[in-house]
Design a protein around this ligand. Sequence first.
Ligand SMILES: *Cc1c(COP(=O)(O)O)cnc(C)c1O
Length: 434
Amino acid sequence: MHRFHYVGNSLHCESVELAAVARLYGTPTYVYSAATVEDNYRRLAGSLDGLDVQVCYAMKANSSLALLRLFANLGAAFDVVSGGELRRVLAAGAKVNRSVFAGVGKTEAEIRFALESGIFALHAESEPELARINHVAGQLGRKAAVGIRVNPDVDARTHAKITTGKSENKFGIPLKFAAAAYAAAAKLPHLELKGVQMHIGSQLTEVGPFVEAVEKIAPLARQLQRDFGITYFSLGGGIGVVYQDALASGAAAWWDALPADRRPITPEAYGAALKPLLQPLGLKLLLEPGRFMVGNAGVLLSRVEYLKRGQGKNFLILDAAMNDLVRPAMYDAYHEIVPLQRDTSRRALMADIVGPICESGDCFATDRTVQELGEGEYVAFLSAGAYGHVMAGRYNSRPMPAEVLVRGSSFELVNARESFEQMVAGERVPAWLK
Ligand SMILES: *Cc1c(COP(=O)(O)O)cnc(C)c1O
């Protein structure tokens, strides 16, 4: 459920008319709903009610400082994957003493920074990394708390580029070698073995793979608790959001109307399926959701530049491009695209919805049916809150898009559109070329 809906014929985020945001701050602009984020957080945190749960928001999905502060205020900690993300948490005014550091390629500098910042634990993905963490902790004269990411070899049944829990993926230590990896790590003097970690992929739409993975890892977790006194089980992220019927899925009635076996994953179903497996372990549980927390809480606003009527094909050319929202080009992702001003008296238009960049990949949708639209009108890409702005770039010297946060009837620019001066600030022409 989310807070994007038509009031009359104009699309609103909570009580804010999105066309007003587009007119004031221009486009392309991302708009986020604080109430939707809060709702997602509370539902997921409550899904394992009665167990000792810490939500560590996987901030790589959307690391806007404003959203980080919103999460911190809600009681969330963070799952960070780089020194830059760690700095963002601190810049947002949050602490990292309940947060974890994940990723397959942590540098020495990142490990040192995380330890000095008082991170709750580092999630290691290989034996050489454990050795490196031990080494850095030794230099600092302290012990590093670690969990090892275990790869359960489970098929998450999601897109190939976002599946991570199969044995052929680069992530984690295979389950059958995990006990040996812990035994070896236990001999390293500057490590404290604190937990076990899994993360099997992203945009999962069913609970089955989560259940399978937890069932596979639970016996190991028990053994590690007994042998090394680990205290937590980190379940990773991966809960999917609705892309296809994004607008309709804002209403509770949409979910209720679906038969249970066709309903996309919900936090309630996730919790209900996992609780019986997790409760007997008596471990603290870390949840590291990214996409679920923010995916349906954000839209990308864009302006129609041209309606080009080609030979046997129409093109709706927008001012947003693949640099602003790369998911369609990179993952063949589907985003629902709707007009900010709905007009049911207009004809339907079948068109390819594209950006201005000279690449065939700069195409958001092929043969999509939308209401006929013309120059100067606005559209919104729904479910664009996760892996949207964070993956944006400057290809074609297009500036990084702006970001706006809505709460109730008010909205605020939380990230200004990049200026040309900011874009070229680090560049210089060498004297020998002048
Ligand atoms: C990306 C990632 C997450 C978050 O995944 P989502 O699908 O966005 O929930 C959590 N944990 C780890 C280790 C990750 O790499």
